[in-house]
Design a protein around this ligand. Structure first.
Ligand code: F6R
Length: 261
């Protein structure tokens, strides 16, 4: 696990963008980029857009794969993650909307949702797996919408959102009552199958969750602790999010690079 601490959220976003581009450059065939929503990756997506404008990146052949989707919002709802990713990723980096896969949370009942979850896993397999998965972390340690207690080997499925997550996300809706109660989310096992994981976390609301995830026990109680299990995880933090880390001095030394040969 590499932990890169930057002095500002903007700098963390720009380092995360470089790590994402490097991971996609190593892809075999058309690259597959896993996409989180929420506030944390917005700066990273803007940086990727800048790289495109500067001619350093091209997403025209990239496939985008959403991390999760709400259940029960009508098709085209502006806060549904398909619409969010169209606005915040496709429009910004030039990813083809036809190449954006999002689990279908609009279907009518549990059996149909379970079929949608299985179809989503199948789609990821057809694409050859995810090359780089962008992630944020919930203040309660969730990853995707895998809430505390999620099985470490779980695959895409329907999950109930925790009250904490619904409260945190109420800012995107007119009020708490409008926040969906359920979602479809890639499982922790699905996320772990990506070839590289890039987590972005900034601000003091994330300090505790980041410390538990990176330096606490590997446990379903802190779903983001599975980052410790993955052989290629890069964590991009600002100072506030990194403030609870005990091994900070070592991360900074390690980030200084490998010795010259
Ligand atoms: C979003 C997602 C969530 C968020 C997390 C942090 O697709 O899966 O895990 O990454 O809730 O949200 P923000 O970045 O808004 O603090």
């Amino acid at each position: 696990m590499e932990v890169l601490v930057s002095s500002t959220p903007d700098e963390a976003a720009s380092r995360a963008a470089e790590v994402v581009l490097e991971g996609l450059a190593g892809a075999d065939g058309d690259p597959v980029l896993g996409l989180a929503t929420g506030s944390s990756p917005l700066g990273l997506y803007r940086e990727l857009g800048r790289a495109v404008q500067e001619g350093r990146a091209d997403f025209s052949r990239t496939h985008g794969v959403a991390l999760d989707e709400y259940v029960g919002l009508p098709p085209g709802h502006p806060e549904g993650y398909r619409q969010v990713l169209l606005r915040e990723v496709c429009d910004v980096v030039g990813l083809d909307p036809e190449r954006l896969a999002v689990p279908d949370g609009t279907v009518p009942d549990l059996a149909a949702l379970q079929r949608a979850a299985a179809a989503y896993e199948q789609r990821i397999r057809e694409l050859g797996g995810v090359d780089v998965q962008v992630l944020g972390i919930g203040a309660n340690g969730h990853l995707g919408f895998n809430e505390p207690g999620s099985a470490l080997t779980s695959r895409t499925r329907v999950k109930r959102l925790s009250q904490r997550t619904r409260q945190d996300n109420a800012r995107f809706f007119t009020g708490l009552d409008d926040v969906p109660t359920h979602c479809l989310t890639q499982g922790l096992g699905t996320i772990l199958a990506a070839r590289r994981l890039v987590l972005v976390a900034t601000g003091e609301a994330k300090t505790e969750a980041v410390a538990s995830a990176l330096e606490g026990a590997l446990t379903a109680s802190v779903p983001a602790s599975v980052l410790q299990w993955h052989p290629d995880t890069v964590v991009c933090l600002d100072e506030a999010a990194a403030a609870g880390l005990r091994n900070r001095a070592y991360y900074d030394d390690a980030a200084a690079g490998l010795p010259e040969r």
